[in-house]
Design a protein around this ligand. Structure first.
Ligand code: PGA
Length: 242
């Protein structure tokens, strides 16, 4: 595993955007996996800049997001599809239908939402590059500590802690959905390459445990130690315990 450390958050954003931009032009029909959250916002802004300057195009690229709240159509203020439109898809030349976010709303069954998503990824030949953030407890996607490493795309009941963490985006905790659809650790490990972006001192200790401690389901991000092509992009605060 390679670890790249940068002085500032802006340095991480630029390096991650440069890396993604270089990778997605490396072959026709590149398949990119994407996260939501505060962490990737700066990287998305820099990718949008590159497209505006004519340095980058998303034509021919397919994307798959990591997760979405169960029951969400995608236009709710807190929906991850809406986040992605606001931060990336509406501002770049990605083709209609080329971006995918899990969806279990309306009549969609759990099976369609999970196996269907898994099959769609497989139908595109798998994910070439997955971009990840990491939660303060080492979670990746909605894979909380204790999630079996063997799971593919699945429905997860959100823990009280995660609902509380996410309640800052909602009027009250009662409005936070109780379940989500997420790529599992197996789906993430099946990606041909991946990068994980980590910022801030609050994540320093868990990042050190994830990268240099034992590989354990208690710290989901620790599984990345077993991936043959994983790069960590961290600012110096997040890397301070390494
Ligand atoms: P954050 O979340 O980017 O908002 O810190 C990361 C995550 O929970 O995956």
């Amino acid at each position: 595993m390679e670890i790249r450390i940068f002085e500032t958050e802006a340095g991480v954003d630029k390096a991650a955007a440069d890396y993604v931009a270089a990778r997605i032009t490396e072959k026709k029909g590149f398949v990119l996996g994407l996260p939501t959250g505060g962490t990737p916002e700066g990287m998305y802004a820099k990718l949008v800049d590159k497209v505006n300057k004519g340095e980058l195009s998303f034509k021919g690229i397919t994307t798959f997001n990591l997760d979405e709240y169960a029951g969400y159509k995608g236009d709710e203020p807190q929906a991850y599809l809406r986040f992605m439109k606001e931060h990336l898809f509406d501002h770049v030349d990605i083709e209609e239908g080329a971006y995918n976010v899990p969806n279990m709303s309306g009549d969609t069954t759990e099976k369609e939402a999970t196996y269907g998503y898994e099959n769609k990824i497989a139908g595109k030949g798998g994910i070439d590059l997955m971009v990840l953030g990491m939660g303060g407890n080492g979670h990746i996607g909605f894979n909380e500590p204790g999630t079996p490493f063997g799971l593919g795309v699945h429905r997860v009941e959100l823990t009280e802690k995660t609902r509380q963490d996410n309640s800052r985006f909602f009027a009250s905790i009662d409005d936070v959905p109780t379940a989500a659809i997420t790529m599992g650790i197996r789906s993430i490990m099946n990606c041909r390459s991946l990068i994980m972006i980590v910022k801030g001192s609050a994540k320093a200790k868990v990042l050190a445990q994830a990268l240099s401690g034992p590989v354990t389901e208690d710290i989901p991000a620790s599984v990345l130690q077993l991936h043959p092509q994983a790069i960590i992009f961290a600012d110096k605060e997040a890397a301070s315990c390494l």
